[in-house]
Design a protein around this ligand. Structure first.
Ligand code: KG4
Ligand code: ZN
Length: 357
């Protein structure tokens, strides 16, 4: 067939991912190595350790993706890799690897913006036309944007402090959820989602409305994190918990905390939708909200989002969880979108770090 083929490489944080997609969005081959277990054991991501694990895995991951696809490097039309944003040491591993491949085999290199890739992934699995609204919620980001085109994004708002996934991870660690065998291998967000199912949302009130006086679409999560941490300390004293013991009220705390976090995001999202409406940025009847990033895997959060969407006349589009978290497929697909549009190919590969993409 005359399908184009693009290889995507992702190493911006703690996942080493590679995949090959065709022009129709079929995944021809893929491989992913997650560092989650190492980082859970270390109590967080330590940048040089993350880099070393990427270095250990990158060639094997790319080879495996190609082998699964039954392809060789020379069969590819382009090689795409995340060049920003992310942890510099980690990014460098994937970017250098991709640049080397590209030079060695004389195949075009397409630099990719990690957040743009998250935003466009939905178009691989569903019909989502431009312009659409996108909400990205992950361990490193929270942002709301109008996607006008493959390479045209209008940022409506982002977090002014920390990211929601980061707060979920920190609270989960502080709650010592890792000491519960059923949660020991899960990300903080997933552990909190599961434990919250056994808890009472109304048990605790963290219901401030950060930024409600700000007439924009920014987000803020550090205030909530502080509140929850202080409350947790009081609960530990009250229940006299031992060093590695989990609070008896942990499930209630998770349910209430998660609720406050998702309520804040929902409120800011609603404000963004009102703004889009006012400025007539997306035609009525064609309004879609794409949600992605690791936190978008949360089913409880998806319920909140579906309520906001129903209320505001939007169709909610959530890619499958596997495509919401970091992976090589989304990078390959963004590369393919650029390849198809005839844009984004690096002219000077060696200057790529300073290129504004
Ligand atoms: O997008 P992602 O894989 O990596 C980046 O941060 O770019 O997102 C990881 C984040 C982690 O903070 C993790 O706790 C959170 O996504 N997460 C979840 C769930 N699964 C992963 N948060 C809430 N509910 C989940 N089910
Ligand atoms: Zn991500």
């Amino acid at each position: 067939s005359h399908q184009s083929l693009v290889l995507g490489i992702e190493t911006s944080c703690d996942d080493t991912g590679a995949a090959i997609v065709d022009s129709e969005g079929n995944v021809i081959g893929e491989a992913l190595h997650s560092q989650l277990q190492t980082h859970l054991a270390m109590g967080g991501i330590i940048p040089p350790i993350a880099r070393d694990i990427h270095i250990q895995n990158i060639s094997n991951i790319v080879e495996t993706a190609l082998k699964n696809a039954n392809l060789e490097v020379k069969d590819l039309n382009a090689i795409a890799a995340t060049v920003k944003p992310g942890m510099p040491l980690s990014l460098l591993v994937g970017t250098s690897f991709a640049k080397n491949l590209s030079k060695t085999w004389n195949i075009p290199f397409i630099p990719i913006h990690h957040m743009e890739a998250h935003a466009l992934t939905a178009r691989m699995v569903e019909k989502v036309d431009f312009p659409f609204l996108v909400l990205l919620v992950s361990g490193g980001h929270c942002l709301l944007a109008v996607v006008k085109n493959v390479d045209e994004f209008l940022l409506l708002g982002e977090s002014i402090d920390c990211a929601p996934g980061e707060v979920l991870d920190k609270v989960a660690r502080r709650l010592k959820l890792r000491n519960m065998p059923e949660f020991s291998t899960l990300s903080g967000g997933k552990a909190i989602e599961l434990l919250a199912k056994q808890g009472d949302v109304t048990a605790f009130e963290y219901g401030n409305q950060p930024m409600h006086k700000y007439n924009d679409c920014s987000f803020s999560f550090c205030g909530l994190r502080e509140k929850v941490h202080k409350h947790l300390e009081r609960e530990e004293i009250k229940h006299n918990v031992e060093a590695d013991q989990v609070l008896p009220s942990a499930a209630d705390l998770c349910a209430s905390f998660q609720h406050a976090l998702f309520q804040h995001i929902s409120r800011r999202l609603q404000r963004g939708m009102l703004y889009v409406d006012m400025k007539q940025m997306i035609p009525e009847g064609a309004r879609k909200l794409v949600v992605s990033g690791g936190v978008a895997c949360n089913n409880h959060f998806r319920k909140y989002l579906s309520i906001v969407c129903a209320d505001m006349g939007y169709t909610l589009v959530c890619p499958p969880p596997k495509l919401c978290t970091d992976n090589g497929i989304m990078i390959a697909w963004n590369g393919m979108e650029k390849w198809t549009a005839g844009i984004g190919i690096a002219k000077d590969i060696d200057a790529i770090d300073s290129i504004d993409i």
